[in-house]
Write a new protein. Sequence first.
Length: 271
Amino acid sequence: MELKTTRFQIDGPVATLTLSRPERRNAWTGRMHTELRHLLEQADSDPGIRTVIITGENNDFCVGADSQALEGHIEKGGYDSGTGSDISNPGYGVATEFDQNFAFMFGLNVTTIAAVNGAAAGVGLVLACYCDLRFASKEAKLTTAHGPLGLPAEFGLSWLLPRLVGLTRANDLLISSRVITAGETTGWGLFNEILETTELLPHVRSYASELVERVSPSAQRMTKLQVYLDQHRDVGSAVAESEELLETAMLDPDYQEGVRALVERRTPKWN
């Protein structure tokens, strides 16, 4: 696929997916949605890629739906996603709960990390929240954005945001659609770390590299899936599943290499 609204760079096991419509502050379009899913499918099917960093071009992450696209919905008399029937479906088929827009990110094998380098509004905030890990520039402006447009909370954010920051804070952001900075969310649990803009991407890349070095590929995949499946089931089922996974994992070469590296006090050499 020709990339018109994104850029994709692979550096060993870490890939960087950049939303790239700087002239429109990386505003979201059907084309961008299509490219994002295509690139995530490409990363997920590549055994050499373990982590994908998602960020924005220049000083914005994604300011939400493009205003021209919003006007187009009025002209067409209803919502038009701008995507075709041939859109990629990465992460689909893992669990029925994940077979929806953005929820599919829970079913990916790769770990996704949002590097929120600037404004994240509406669907931009949604994308960041569905990533497994989130880091942000302290000056990045955040808003759910839907309220002033007379729209509902988008893409399941009403389910996800309370789980990230608690019901009271989530209701504030969802019902008011007010604008806050990432720095104001310190201590909320929305971001793993909040940094200076110049430090953000180097720090995230360093974090991703360390993750790849220390954690085995199989453990990274299994643990991510456990986290999201366990959000939808009872604790007993989670325990039973973990014990089944444990038996399988101990026969995996990753376990054998991990033990050897621990005993020999060296860095693991994952296959």
